[in-house]
Ligand binder design. Sequence first.
Ligand code: ATP
Length: 216
Amino acid sequence: MNKRLGLLGGTFDPIHFGHLRGALEAGECLGLDELRLIPNARPPHRGLPGATAQQRLDMVRLALDAGNTGRNDIRVDDRELSRDRPSYSVETLESLRSDLGDAVTLYMILGWDAFGGLPGWHRWEELLGLCNLVVLQRPDFNPELPEVLKDLLAARCVSDPADANAHYGQIICLSQTPLAISATHIRELVAAGRSPRFLLPDAVRDYIETNGLYQP
Ligand code: ATP
């Protein structure tokens, strides 16, 4: 049977328990062999970074070091940060495919809000030819989907994880433990002098404090 690899891309500014729990539960639910968190180079349409690319990568590493307790089934993959141009998911999938070969099935994990924005992504129609999509619910985001995505869901959606057995082309909708945590809210709390504790790993909170991140 093919190795099954889950990928969660994000800005991780900072990484928090919504990301970590979503990735872990997707991995368990689908029986994935490995998960990779892929920090992206900040897209140009987002505001000025609260943290540098290196700091965002450091925080992902700290979150994984703190939580892995000897297991190494969640890793960081920094391939998007090592390119000096915007990261396009389709190119990341192509690069993984060329590194790993056809014997690996790729599952791109993303929150409902990110899924709703899919038609704006570079070469987005090609994504399902390279991987399966795993869509996580987000209690704090429930945007109306554009028609094109409603049609795509009707054609490709799998609601029972037991039926998620294709090499590519399926959209798997998961209801993981709902966590209304966002990086935006964490940055706002820190900027207001309030504690983000229990929304993210302590090691990441300490790093934010030590480096004076997200101050107004
Ligand atoms: P920001 O508030 O800065 O936009 P964010 O919290 O949405 O950040 P990102 O790094 O942009 O975090 O998200 C990376 C991926 O993780 C996206 O696909 C996003 O939808 C998903 N995600 C983030 N937070 C959650 C959550 N609480 N539950 C489920 N999915 C999430």
